[in-house]
Design a protein around this ligand. Structure first.
Ligand SMILES: [Fe+2]
Length: 334
């Protein structure tokens, strides 16, 4: 069932790098990510705001773009190791009949825009401007002290096909959720932790969430407290809780436009060659948690579309155990 991983892929993707989102009110979104998540602004003007985590040296891991139109994810950025990896990536995507074109992107080196077979809009680059890491600048730290972008989760109509595609690109699988022979979701990595991209079934392609690490478990709760203080109590969508796969302590928040950010703590290492994927049975993992309440339906079914990209429904609509169904069952027992 598991697709073969190409350990000598056609080009070398090193990690999840950055996310580019459109927002309807740039100042409001900027304040959300600074005051609650604790990201720092690298550079901004009236049209765009570049943010990064406290431990990040590269210019941006989150780019907010003011928009009067579609609220969407414009690009999901991945890093490659060498400049020549970009040329090899261009040849690979063209050879697969997939979109690939060069783009001029501020603060980044040569940049390649491509799409995976599900239509996910990707952006590859090998270099970015750098700035000092700020994790020792305690006097300026705010919010949940978000350290660095770690991973994204994609919703796609055919997760098994995309799992195979990313395996061909060298992504390894740390854990996966399956029901019989049917894949529910796969946790894929390049950088030697358990995640760079999680691939789940659903209407897509859409960006389900992007996730930043925070220094301590207390910062998860600090984010929730600050969400309450800044008028975003309803934006605390799911958690705090602890995931089964990956074992992370987590909380999910929705930003002012509904884009979803996860803040989490703890990880493990996967770089050794003999590490094998861990299988979770979907039937025993309806809520995907070690502890914590099931996710509300909106967590399962709402996500950010990619710019100008039509949505395709999955052959089989996911039927997860939602918070709503769980509470109905509890009510029926009383
Ligand atoms: Fe996540």
């Amino acid at each position: 069932m598991l697709p073969a991983v190409n350990l000598r892929p056609p080009f070398n993707i090193t990690r999840t790098s950055h996310i580019v989102l459109t927002v309807s009110d740039l100042a409001k979104s900027r304040d959300f990510y600074v005051n609650i998540a604790g990201l720092v602004v690298t550079e901004e003007d009236s049209e765009v705001c570049y943010l990064r985590g406290l431990a990040e040296a590269c210019h941006h891991s989150l780019v907010l773009v003011q928009s009067k139109g579609e609220i969407c994810c414009k690009r999901f950025g991945l890093r490659v190791f060498f400049e020549e990896d970009l040329d090899q990536a261009y040849e690979f995507f063209k050879g697969q009949g997939l979109p690939a074109e060069w783009a001029d992107v501020a603060h980044q080196g040569r940049t390649l825009h491509v799409e995976d077979p599900s239509g996910t809009k990707l952006e590859l680059c090998a270099q970015m401007e750098t700035r000092p890491r700020l994790y020792l600048e305690h006097e300026i730290q705010k919010g949940a002290h978000a350290l660095m972008l770690d991973h994204t989760q994609l919703l796609v109509p055919n997760p098994a096909a995309l799992w195979a595609f990313y395996s061909e690109l060298g992504f390894r699988n740390s854990e996966y959720i399956a029901h019989g022979d049917s894949l529910v979701g796969a946790f894929m990595y390049r950088k030697g932790t358990c995640l760079d991209v999680a691939i789940f079934g659903g209407e897509g392609p859409r960006l389900h969430h992007f996730a930043y690490t925070v220094p301590e478990p207390s910062h998860i709760f600090k984010a929730c407290d600050l969400a309450g203080n800044y008028g975003y109590a309803d934006a605390v969508e799911r958690g705090p809780g602890r995931h089964g796969p990956g074992g992370m302590l987590f909380v999910y928040l929705r930003d002012p436009d509904g884009h979803r950010i996860e803040l989490f703590n703890s990880h493990y290492r996967t770089i050794d060659i003999e590490i094998e994927p861990v299988r979770w049975e979907a039937a025993s993992l309806s809520t995907n948690v070690h502890w914590g309440l099931p996710a509300p339906a909106r967590w399962y079914f709402e996500a950010s579309p990619f710019e100008g990209t039509p949505l395709v429904a999955p052959a089989q609509k996911p039927n997860p155990e939602t918070l709503e169904r769980y509470t109905q069952k509890l009510a029926a027992q009383t």
